[in-house]
Design a protein around this ligand. Sequence first.
Ligand SMILES: *[C@@H]1O[C@H](CO)[C@@H](O)[C@H](O)[C@H]1NC(C)=O
Ligand SMILES: *[C@@H]1O[C@H](CO)[C@@H](O)[C@H](O)[C@H]1NC(C)=O
Ligand SMILES: *[C@@H]1O[C@H](CO)[C@@H](O)[C@H](O)[C@H]1NC(C)=O
Ligand SMILES: *[C@@H]1O[C@H](CO)[C@@H](O)[C@H](O)[C@H]1NC(C)=O
Length: 667
Amino acid sequence: MVSKILLVIFLLLKLVASSDHEIIFNGFTGANLSLNGLAQITSGGLLMLTNNTKEGQGHAFHPALLHFKNSSNGKPLSFDTTFVFAIRPEYPDVSGHGLAFALSPSKELPGAMPSQHLGLFNTTDIGNPIDHIFAIELDTVMTVEFYDINDNHVGIDINSLISVNPSPVAYFDSKSGRFKSLKLISGDPMQVWIEYNGMDMQLDVTISPSNVPKPDIPLVSSKVDLSSILLDDMYAGFSASTGSATGYHYILGWSFSLNGNAQPLDLSKLPPLPYQEHTKNISHLLTIALPLVAAVLLLLSIAVIFFVQRKRKKYRELVEDWELEFGPHRFPYKDLFKATKGFREENLLGFGGFGQVYKGVLPTSATEVAVKKISHESRQGMREFVAEIVSMGRLRHRNLVQLLGYCRREGELLLVYEYMPNGSLDKFLFHGEQPALTWSQRFQIIKDVSSGLHYLHEGWEQVVIHRDIKASNVLLDGEFNGKLGDFGLARLYCRGANPQTTHIVGTLGYLAPEISMTGKATTSSDVYAFGAFLLEVACGRRPIESDPSIEVPGLVEWVLGCWKMGTILEARDPKLGSDYVVKEMELVLKLGLLCSHPDPTARPSMRQVVQSLEGDAPLPPISVDALIPSTSTQRYDECFDDFVISYPSIYDHTSTTYSSPFVSGGR
Ligand SMILES: *[C@@H]1O[C@H](CO)[C@@H](O)[C@H](O)[C@H]1NC(C)=O
Ligand SMILES: *[C@@H]1O[C@H](CO)[C@@H](O)[C@H](O)[C@H]1NC(C)=O
Ligand SMILES: *[C@@H]1O[C@H](CO)[C@@H](O)[C@H](O)[C@H]1NC(C)=O
Ligand SMILES: *[C@@H]1O[C@H](CO)[C@@H](O)[C@H](O)[C@H]1NC(C)=O
């Protein structure tokens, strides 16, 4: 019995003896290790190679030299080692610089440098054959100078930090049959197996989470000839370093065997890692990051407020309580600003008597619009005016330019109209650059305008007086249909406008003579202006010449003269040649004269005009003598209470007030 026990003891001793050297630490409490630099054994039994000191390094080696060579043939012996480690980064996602299992001729590694040198080498001795350093590195920083593949790799270091066969950290998962990646700086414990077979020079490195058994397939498997690297006697142990990025490098347990299998670690006996290290790190991070984040947020909100205020100012509108009922007809200024590209000059269609007109495309609906920008300093009468404008927005007639809505800012009123692609009629009549309109086009436009004006006078719930009928206020759509524009705008200046401002309302040559007496616009004064318009279109001339130095008779006098001589058709626009319908031309010229009757009661109504033009009723009889214009005796130097008169002779060549609000092209 005793001999049996002795035999077992003997066999056990023999077994132990069969391995040249065995090292096993399931935790490091009381371990006989050679520590150096930052390395220390914690009270909990962890081997802590580095704490979070920057630019630090720590070494921990078995205190005795180990014999690594077969003394009979000088070849490297096999060795087998396994250890459990954990890297706890100072801040999540960044930790420096990594740790390594190392075989070294020195356990202090004098002259070695921290950070990317991992406490194993320095800048001058990399690749030096006299170093005799072999290491398996677990590198957590990508160092370009050593051609690191990433910041999370395993590499074989032979006298150099330029690793042989580096691999991103991963372990073979037998269930899925694939490698699964691992993050070295996750803070979780992981186990590494390093096996070197001295006979066939095979080196295998395997890694896995510590709760996963050793994977069947190693991560790294390389043929490595260590015969010139390994000395007869070497120290085995660990090195770790920190740089500007730091972290805690822990070894929890270590088993090593020369020329034999390393004893498995007893994972249950390994010391626990410090708890809540992460939280502390996060709170640490927060103490640094929070003030920074707060500062950035503060700056950001200041910028936003600044921006919003600037934007607000840029897009500031004037809205009063009374306008709320017009809500649907109000356009946000921002939309109009965007539609007209900030009222850019290239969008300017022209200057009307009331202000600039811009072409725009509404951002919301992609509708083409014309935006009329009217400067209006006086807020007096604005309420009535806007009410009227908006109510006129309800006017719907195919021969009226549709008002879509409005917007109001300080000193500025914006009216949004449908866009008329062919602009105003006057440029086709008086400006040579446009092709002359054919008679049938002209006659159609005349009928269109008469129809529109008839609707204003009689077709709606209240009588609307246009007040400024003339060729430049007739706009043409894509098919050259005529539409009356600008109706009602004159009202803006009839009520409370500053008489000193030279806004143009009504145009000389279109103004009925009785207006100079009464100052009042009526439907018959509109008819008078319409008469002037008829003659304009038929004769291709303005009612009175804009240059007073040219002594020509007024249009009415001239047509009347032709009629008296029995050659009324001679008054027609010479550009038409013989391309016109005699009956229609005669009708238009005579109707024009009739509408221009100095006596308002003698003028036809728009209903009669429309009927005549449509051929539904004959032209009322006209006495030629009664038509003698009395305009030559009229004076316009009075200042009317609520009316401002334009003098084309003054404005036409000095400013653009006389030109069409919808002039397009050329810009
Ligand atoms: C890190 O360890 C070194 C050496 O043990 C010690 O002097 C230093 O105070 C430690 N630093 C921190 C931040 O714990
Ligand atoms: C530690 O190990 C070395 C080498 O094996 C030995 O010389 C030394 O006496 C040991 N120290 C202790 C405290 O056991
Ligand atoms: C050492 O080498 C000799 C000769 O090649 C061989 O017989 C012996 O088994 C080797 N020893 C070990 C421990 O590998
Ligand atoms: C590099 O390390 C070697 C020893 O390994 C040492 O002799 C040398 O002085 C060191 N060089 C520097 C620049 O520290």
